[in-house]
Design a binder for this molecule. Structure first.
Ligand SMILES: [Zn+2]
Length: 120
């Protein structure tokens, strides 16, 4: 497969590739897909040269128009998730006693193997 590399320069809005340095998993800034990153990572920068995030191979393959559609779909899902979070937060705050207290959680074996820390 022939690969095309778009290198818009080192500043301004565009996609740049760099050596990842290590293997990691991340979320595509555009579409929200979880991806595994190997040797090279593609990163999107805004016009002010601020790093926005990593971009998955599917968004790159989709091209500018396809990636825009994927980004809009992701934005809609995030808005819906935000609305759902607001509903859940309202329920948690108004209903109370939904989540167990830390001792109750420990007794129930929830997060039993987590590292102890924080404010005790
Ligand atoms: Zn993507």
């Amino acid at each position: 497969m022939e690969s095309t590399t778009h290198t818009p320069g080192t500043e301004g809005f565009g996609l740049r590739a760099r050596a990842a340095g290590c293997m990691f998993k991340g979320i595509c800034f555009l579409c929200g897909n979880m991806i595994g990153v190997g040797d090279t990572v593609a990163e999107l920068f805004d016009a002010g040269n601020e790093r926005l995030g990593i971009v998955c191979p599917q968004c790159i393959e989709a091209g500018d128009g396809g990636a825009a559609t994927r980004a809009r779909t992701h934005a809609r899902r995030l808005r819906e998730h935000g609305e759902r979070l607001e509903q859940v937060a309202h329920s948690l705050a108004s209903q109370g006693e939904v989540l167990p207290t830390p001792p109750q959680a420990e007794a129930a074996g929830i997060w039993g193997d987590r590292e102890q820390g924080g404010e005790t």
